[in-house]
Design a protein around this ligand. Structure first.
Ligand SMILES: NC(=O)c1ccc[n+]([C@@H]2O[C@H](COP(=O)([O-])OP(=O)(O)OC[C@H]3O[C@@H](n4cnc5c(N)ncnc54)[C@H](O)[C@@H]3O)[C@@H](O)[C@H]2O)c1
Length: 484
């Protein structure tokens, strides 16, 4: 059905409209969207919908986030392109932010939840923010609005927690009086603006018409393909399955690494050779898995599985293997220092990279924190450099402004993150900055072991061996260190 812009009779209820009308309203700047949570996911989502023509209000509990957004500033300086889109849409009046949900939620066609869903210290999912915003939404909801959950949650949380809270607060029924859908965010930090316009979105809803409208919004607003699944819980299962697939495969690579180090076999060499077979999907070992997603997403399923009497053993074990990798890095550091006649105690160790993934300013659940803590407990002197945090305080340390400052006189250099800057390191120059006898412990496959040895370093790397001068013809791929 084709609808010209003039034909639409605007209803208060977006559910009364067709998908084509949603597109037209978006283009006419008449679609109203509220985004709850203006963080790594919420701010780009708000900016992109505003850029597509919607009138977007971001709602956050952090005064500084609201102030900066209203000033047209993106604090996510590691998301290329976001700053310009935020600035432009604030200036043109399509994007604003507020601390007060009640002022906007009643006047929204679509309400999108992008609040955090971490795990607590006991590794149980913490749905506190999801519950809080569900209460706010339920109190202010207008009949006919559509609620979309982008936050990563366990299967059933949208129906049983979000839907139930909104129903009891509003007295309305999901699927009849308001729409309820999941459209989990699948972007990669550092590339969010690019991914938002290219990675297909998964949409599951409580009823088909609501799903049609949500699909139209994302197709038109982001310009991406939309894949429909039968329910919100199926959409959430898609998100968890893709992340857990990665976590489990990285754990398998880490297990090979631990084993092959004992055999004196280079795991990266093996994996790169395996990758020449048509059905092998390479994953690489490393210093551990960090970030807001992979280390916690498993627990959403593990927790639900235990409640339902079906423990996902493999997923749980994969977490254990990946969580053990920082300790393995400490073991490798002790070994490498022993090789040059030193102990960890008193050694000057330069840690290059604390972020959980390359070229992103984020240390959430970064495995490097455990490495640093353990080495400090063993009385090492730790110097840190990370280009994303240069000159700032992080993990209880002042991050050096330059790599040279951190590595000068070091007995050991640990690579914690495969930032682009570290991939360009010239080993001969590095050896002139460190102590005369020094070691490298590479947690991210940045160096070729034989090259490090040739430059005079004692070398250890997760799953790496440097027994001979053999130099593989296949260099590790960029994804070697993308353990998040
Ligand atoms: N960061 C990622 O790489 C990524 C990728 C895909 C999915 N996700 C998921 O997206 C969701 C959001 O993650 P994020 O990385 O954007 O988090 P974030 O920590 O960067 O931002 C969350 C924002 O929500 C705000 N907030 C917290 N409680 C609130 C409340 N009650 N009301 C309003 N605002 C509130 C915070 O102040 C913050 O600004 C999570 O479920 C996460 O798992 C994240």
């Amino acid at each position: 059905m084709k609808t010209s812009q003039r034909e639409i009779k605007r209803s208060h209820s977006i559910l009364d409209h067709s998908p084509e009308e949603v597109v037209t309203l978006l283009k006419k700047h008449e679609l109203r969207i509220s985004i709850l949570g203006l963080g790594r996911i919420g701010l780009p989502t708000a900016a992109v919908f505003a850029e597509a023509g919607a009138r977007v209000t971001g709602i956050d509990i952090d005064e500084e986030v609201v102030r900066q957004t209203n000033a047209g500033i993106s604090r996510l300086t590691d998301e290329p392109g976001l700053d310009l889109v935020v600035k432009k849409n604030v200036a043109e009046g399509r994007l604003s932010a507020t601390l007060r949900p009640e002022t906007m939620l009643h006047d929204s066609d679509f309400i999108v939840m992008c609040v955090p869903t971490p795990v607590d210290l006991a590794k149980s999912p913490d749905y506190g923010a999801i519950r809080a915003v569900s209460h706010s939404v339920g109190k202010s909801l207008t009949k006919g609005s559509i609620v979309i959950v982008e936050s990563t949650v366990g299967p059933g949380v949208v129906e049983d927690i979000v839907g139930s809270i909104i129903e009891s607060e509003s007295g309305m029924k999901a699927g009849r009086d308001f729409g309820l859908a999941s459209c989990p965010e699948r972007s990669d930090p550092g590339s969010i603006m690019k991914n938002m316009h290219s990675v297909p979105r998964i949409v599951g809803s409580t009823d088909v018409h609501c799903g049609d409208l949500v699909a139209a919004l994302y197709r038109e607003g982001l310009g991406v393909e939309v894949v429909r699944v039968s329910s919100p819980k199926a959409a959430n299962a898609v998100k968890l399955t893709e992340n857990l697939f990665r976590d489990v495969n990285i754990a398998l690579a880490n297990e090979f690494a631990l084993l092959y180090e004992k055999f004196g076999i280079d795991t990266v060499e093996v994996i790169n050779a395996c990758a020449t077979k048509y059905n092998f999907m390479p994953h690489y070992p490393g210093a551990g898995v960090g970030g807001p997603c992979l280390p916690s997403n498993s627990y959403y399923l593990i927790n639900e599985g235990i409640k339902l009497g079906n423990i996902p053993y493999l997923i749980r074990l994969a977490r254990e293997v990946n969580d053990r990798m920082p300790d393995h890095m400490v073991e490798l550091t002790a070994e490498a220092l022993n090789e040059i006649g030193r102990t960890v105690s008193g050694a000057r160790i330069a840690v290059l990279g604390i972020a959980y993934k390359p070229d992103v300013k984020d240390i959430q659940l970064s495995p490097i924190e455990r490495i640093i803590t353990r080495l400090r407990e063993m009385h090492a002197v730790i110097e840190v450099y990370d280009p994303m945090f240069a000159g700032e305080e992080a993990m209880g340390l002042i991050v050096h402004k330059t790599m040279e400052d951190a590595v000068r006189g070091a007995n050991c250099v640990i690579v914690g993150t495969a930032h682009a800057e570290f991939k360009k390191i010239n080993l001969a120059s590095l050896s002139r900055m460190t102590a005369r006898k020094a070691a490298i412990v590479d947690g991210r496959g940045v160096f070729v072991p034989a090259d490090a040895k040739k430059a005079g370093f004692a070398f250890r790397g997760v799953g790496r061996v440097a027994l001979s001068a053999f130099r593989p013809d296949t260099r590790p791929t960029a994804s070697t260190s993308r353990q998040a």
